[in-house]
Design a protein around this ligand. Structure first.
Ligand SMILES: [Zn+2]
Length: 80
């Protein structure tokens, strides 16, 4: 009798690509009712924060959501 299936379990890790420093991109999105406008993506807080403050001044919208995006790579953990 031969086995019907063989299951192999491998542990994985996730993180910044090897040899690269993590680079986060920040976007601020307005949560004002029916708005949804957002800042340009930036690697610094300065540009999105400035956009949000200017948007608040123009529209009166005062609630925002910050989204940080970072490229990640999943790799199988090497066996010992
Ligand atoms: Zn808005």
């Amino acid at each position: 009798m031969s086995p019907r299936s063989v299951l192999r379990f491998v542990e994985w890790t996730i993180g910044a690509p090897r040899g690269e420093a993590p680079q986060t991109t920040i976007v601020i999105r307005c949560l004002g009712p029916g708005c949804g406008e957002e800042s340009e993506p930036s690697t610094s807080h300065i540009t999105p924060d400035t956009w949000a403050l200017q948007h608040a001044g123009k529209t009166g919208h005062t609630e925002f959501e910050e989204v940080a995006r970072c490229r990640l790579v999943a790799t199988p953990k090497e066996p010992r």
